[in-house]
Design a protein around this ligand. Structure first.
Ligand code: XMP
Length: 515
């Protein structure tokens, strides 16, 4: 198998997913855990050194014992992994050479010379996300490919079968990234071939849920109408039957029609969710709060308070509720600092936003899956397309699309603008091909002239994205006429808005939401 040494990258788990998809076995280990297997375990056929948020010369930066390079095992360093390898083998790295998002790599070496470049075109769009860069290669290494700004973007030591990539082959937006990983697996003398993975088997997922929940306990489920919580709920209902009770919290932060949508889904499965209305209370709790992390924590702990209240009511009626089902997926986990060396990007309300002490035990059957995998499971559960291909909508809802304080008035504006965006995208026939679309009340102000009068009003930013797994995204190349219609309607129909700007930032560096 291939061992991945995790230095805290947002995408370590994604590298493992890709290797598994390519049909090879893989295990994620820490930097301390790698040396033993390298010296004693002949199952180890290759090593991938992951990316990570640290700088290699920084005090306490994670490293590996250089002995791992002396065993003849093929090694691939990705981003931080390349920089660490360069440093340990006698090269040089400098800090502060940053690049995020797309770049074009051109290959310098004939494809036939390096197996790692087999079946790749002469140039590729690759995805970068780094703050440091290798400026001198270790002895024996040569350049395989360079980008405009990064001469050592793809390097290798052919004799020692050690390779390094400054970019991320594992992310969806790097062209032919899977082919690069496939070539590396081949160099490791492992077979590739797409496999139907056991993890998608509904039987296995249901079995695991029953194993955790037991024979008598009840599960309440936080359902929002989104893909993740719907798939998690249907799986759990299939696993424990009537012992699963869905709950929908009407908090005023969700898109219009969400409650009806939730009811419709569960009606299909002969179940009626409990609806708890906290619209007034939610805005009161967010009064005066403008810090995004605080908003998430307030919302996360309020949700738990509500679920614990419902749990008590159900227990009084004789139902032994012990678990809270959440539709948490891996991108929520990793962005909330899900692994030892990872950075916290934001506390997703259902992970890092939860209170420390909770009475309910969490049940999160989708915690290790990505958005596109969850959709695949939904398909296998025979969920209709309209439920599977719904746009993702964040748990804290509009609260994190309104920069600054969330007030009733600002919520009204955000909802009105959101409806306009959805209507216009639908009219233009592009809504179904878009991953996510939303306006942001930016909290920034600008001057406008409306009907000969001056307005110093708020700026709305429009964000429309393409992605599959949430880990990276591109902005949508919408036709200018569609952008024009959205802009005109928002400034005309939403009071107090002076301007609409289109957000053309990729992820990375910008996350999808503004907060
Ligand atoms: P970012 O903005 O981190 O978002 O690139 C990634 C995806 O997750 C959604 N999102 C959230 N979902 N709780 C959620 O359930 C949260 O706190 C949260 N924050 C972001 C976001 O809409 C996007 O699809």
């Amino acid at each position: 198998m291939i061992f991945i040494v995790d230095f805290g990258s947002q995408t370590t788990h994604l590298i493992a997913r890709r290797i598994k998809e390519l049909g090879a076995e893989v295990k994620i280990v820490t930097s301390q855990e790698i040396l033993g297997p390298v010296q004693n375990d002949n199952h180890i056929k290759g090593i991938i050194l992951s990316g990570g948020p640290a700088s290699v010369y920084q005090k306490g930066a994670p490293a590996v014992d250089p002995k791992i390079f002396e065993q003849g095992i093929p090694i691939l360093g990705i981003c931080y992994g390349l920089q660490l390898m360069a440093r340990l083998l006698g090269g040089k790295v400098v800090s502060g050479r940053k690049e995020y998002g797309p770049a074009i790599i051109k290959f310098k070496i004939q494809n036939s010379k390096f197996k790692i470049t087999e079946d790749l075109p002469k140039s590729l769009v690759v995805w970068m996300s780094h703050g440091d860069e290798v400026v001198k290669l270790p002895k024996g290494f040569e350049t395989i490919g360079s980008t405009e700004h990064v001469p050592f973007a793809f390097v290798g030591n052919l004799k020692r079968k050690i390779f390094g990539l400054q970019f991320h082959p594992e992310v969806e937006h790097t062209q032919h990234g899977l082919q690069i990983l496939k070539n590396f697996i081949g160099i490791c003398d492992l077979e590739t071939g797409l496999k139907v993975q056991d993890k998608f088997k509904i039987q296995n997922l249901k079995f695991k849920i029953r194993e955790i929940v037991g024979e008598k306990e009840y599960v309440i489920g936080a359902v929002s109408g989104g893909v993740d919580s719907t798939v998690a709920a249907v799986l759990t209902a299939k696993a424990v039957g009537k012992r699963f009770i869905p709950i929908y919290v009407e908090n005023g932060l969700m898109r219009e029609g969400t409650k009806e949508h939730v009811k419709k889904i569960f009606a299909k499965f002969h179940s009626k969710p409990i609806v708890v209305n906290v619209v007034g209370e939610m805005v009161r709790r967010l009064k005066g709060v403008s810090d995004p992390e605080k908003k998430r924590k307030i919302i996360g702990s309020f949700y738990i308070e509500i679920f614990e209240r419902e749990m008590k009511k159900l227990i009084r009626s004789g139902k032994k509720v012990q678990f809270l089902l959440q539709g948490t997926i891996y991108s929520d986990v990793i962005e909330s600092k899900g692994t030892k060396h990872a950075s916290k990007i934001k506390s997703h309300h259902n992970v890092g936003g939860l209170p420390k002490k909770m009475k309910l035990k969490l049940l999160e059957p989708l915690r290790h899956f990505y958005k596109d995998e969850v959709r695949e499971i939904g398909k296998q559960l025979s969920l209709p397309d309209e439920f599977i291909h719904k746009q993702p909508f964040p748990g804290p809802g509009y609260a994190i699309r309104i920069r600054g304080e969330v007030t009733k008035e600002r919520l009204k504006k955000e909802k009105r603008a959101d409806r306009i965006v959805l209507e216009e995208l639908e009219k233009a026939g592009v809504l179904n091909s878009i991953f996510q679309s939303f306006p942001v009340l930016t909290g920034a102000y600008s001057t406008a002239v409306k009907g000969d009068g001056r307005l110093f009003g708020e700026v709305v930013a429009l964000r429309v994205l393409e992605s599959k797994d949430i880990m990276t995204s591109k902005w949508s190349r919408l036709p200018y006429e569609v952008l024009q219609r959205i802009s005109s309607r928002i400034v005309n129909e939403v009071p107090g808005i002076s301007r609409v700007v289109y957000d053309i930032t990729t992820k990375p560096p910008a996350t999808m939401e503004w907060e």
